[in-house]
Design a protein around this ligand. Structure first.
Ligand code: PMP
Ligand code: GLN
Length: 383
């Protein structure tokens, strides 16, 4: 492994899912739903396969049906107008969108600001692009984590190229408010920065609204927005994601994507086009379902003695294990399957400042109700 990647090794998600398989524990570590997305969308994939749509290389930017569906979705939910021909790129999940964006937009030595804790591929992709990551730490505050705008402002230097934003935020569940996003936008305009914003959990918000960063003044020409069908439609295995943004930015990202995967799998693109056109009720349904599951797991974790940061978005709950008399999230997660038959993820892996992340542990709640109830029962034996 070369020097750029030597520090990264195996992702925590693979490690923890393997631990769950080995021990037979309930896997609340890696975030994937245990119920597949809508039947009619699966049928659409089968039809595409059978009718010979997408079985050979699809067009580089993605099939026109899906690019149009992405723009219609942005219009329906946010009133945004993107051109499906020049302002949309279909990618192999959000993961490739993140990689291609950073490889396309970062020069070696450029500084990239990311909110810490950050989704693990950010650090690896910044490294692959030869960039320097500059973490801005979200601070625990009662039952939430907050972005300190002064810290963000102070992190910008003459070498800063872009801000890599994520809202709703994995793993903390924080959803940036309109005021916070407006401040990020103002800073980006003032310092002439690009922003790559990972909004894969855009529909998974509870009692609050998600606002795309690109909708703020001055952001249209400097924002690359990323989303994915994995989260909204519960098809994490399909790996269909997308990028929207101004033509020059999308063209740049596409240049990198061409040499990573060339194109993304064809038949699933047609199916995701149909998914994006589902009625509003579908989107409200998944949100309401997850909200009830959040409450079930959050209340259970609190009863089991954890300090719970109640997420406003995503399908993750970050907890503080110190009330249980524990301080080391790594050790805690490694021993948890044996102690009570549950797998979780230590948030420290999402930090440069390991000491800051050490007492935090993440649990996923995108699981069937009976699985969450079982997990809660097991966790209560810890107290
Ligand atoms: N960004 C964030 C914040 C995520 O949590 C995930 C989930 N794996 C991804 C990107 C990757 O999405 P995908 O599965 O579509 O590649
Ligand atoms: N996004 C999911 C998580 O954060 C899955 C990530 C992965 O397996 N790469 O757990």
């Amino acid at each position: 492994l070369n020097r750029r990647l030597a520090a990264f090794g195996t992702t925590i998600f693979a490690e923890m899912s393997a631990l769950a398989v080995r021990t037979g524990a309930i896997n609340l570590g890696q975030g994937f739903p245990d119920t597949d997305g809508p039947e009619e969308v699966r049928e659409a994939a089968v039809r595409a396969l059978r009718d010979g749509r997408g079985n050979q290389y699809p067009p580089g930017p993605g099939v026109p049906e899906l690019r149009t569906a992405v723009t219609e979705h942005q219009r329906r939910w946010y009133g945004l107008g993107f051109d499906p021909d020049t302002e949309v790129l279909i990618t192999a999940g959000a993961t490739e969108a993140i990689a291609a964006s950073l490889l396309a937009l970062v020069e070696p030595g450029d500084e990239v600001i990311a909110l810490e804790p950050y989704y693990d591929s950010y650090a690896a992709c910044v490294a692959m692009a030869g960039g320097v990551r500059v973490p801005v730490t979200l601070r625990p505050d009662g039952d939430t984590f907050r972005l300190d705008l002064d810290e963000l402002r102070a992190a910008v230097t003459d070498r800063t190229r872009l801000i890599l934003l994520n809202t709703p935020h994995n793993p903390t569940g924080t959803v940036l408010t309109r005021d916070e996003l407006a401040a990020v936008a103002e800073l980006a305009v003032e310092r002439d920065l690009l922003v790559v914003t990972d909004e894969v959990y855009e529909h998974l918000v509870f009692g609050t609204e998600h606002t795309p960063l690109v909708s703020f003044p001055g952001m249209r020409e400097r924002t690359v927005t990323i989303s994915s069908s994995g989260k909204t439609f519960s098809f994490t295995g399909w790996k269909v994601g997308w990028v929207t943004g101004a033509p020059e930015l999308v063209t740049a990202v596409r240049s990198a994507k061409q040499y990573l995967t060339y194109v993304s799998a064809g038949p699933f693109q047609y199916a995701v086009a149909e998914a994006l056109a589902l009625p509003d009720a579908y989107f409200h349904g998944i949100r309401d379902d997850l909200r009830a599951k959040r409450d079930l797991l959050a209340d259970g974790l609190a009863d089991a003695g954890f300090h719970v940061f109640r997420p406003s978005g995503t399908y993750f709950i970050t907890t503080d294990i110190r009330p249980l008399g524990e301080t080391d999230g790594f050790a805690f997660c490694r021993s948890l399957p044996e102690r009570c038959g549950v797998v979780a993820v230590p948030n420290a892996v999402f930090y440069d400042h390991q000491d800051q992340g050490s007492p935090f542990v993440r649990f996923a709640f995108c699981k069937r109700e009976e699985v969450l109830t079982d997990a809660v029962g097991r966790l209560k034996t810890l107290a």
